[in-house]
Design a binder for this molecule. Sequence first.
Ligand SMILES: [Zn+2]
Length: 242
Amino acid sequence: MIGRRENVGGAHFAFTDRWGGVSAAPYEELNLGGAVGDDPEAVRANRELAAKSLGLDPARVVWMNQVHGADVAEVEGPWATRRTPEVDGLVTATRGLALAVLTADCVPVLLADPVAGVVAAAHAGRPGMIKGIVPAAVDAMTSLGADPARIVARTGPSVCGRCYEVPEAMRAEVAALEPAAHAETSWGTPAVDVAAGVHAQLDRLGVGDREQSPVCTLESDDHFSYRRDRSTGRLAGYVWLD
Ligand SMILES: [Zn+2]
């Protein structure tokens, strides 16, 4: 259910794995994504199960309609509209409000400044990382009083640079914008390391307390991987303040 959980000075970080939910194949078991073809009732039940295991009220978890962009929305509570806005980052200074990011190979980025009381969640796939979703999230936090030097950053399970094969031209295009993302597969072909790019960007922004999950979604049977399975579920990362 919860693969990894951490509390840093009252800021909570959590990442799910694929087990402990009610979804049937190919979404088994804990699919938290509402736009992947799974039974909506199963997704709702899974979101409740995950929230409860984290001690959260499911109604106080804010989700995104992720579109591989670089827009960040500031939230103070659950969405007032029925339609979830198309953003790839959320920021809040509201205590007890959890921000959630869905992934299945992309990099889930959780950020918190426990002193300022500001948290953010971001979805960084290859396009979002290049478009600057990570600096946009840090910017949004800074405008709410966060200091990059105090920001704690945790990235969750994602496809690793030894598995994320891309055409040579795409690697060149990505590396021109973010050299740290230049990678090679374990079988010697061009690849992109999105998490390395995310961490290089955070480093340049002055975010020093960074940790990267060692889990590669594509190599792990305990995690959803879009590149491996195409029809599959979504993992979630959650960040919130006491
Ligand atoms: Zn891998």
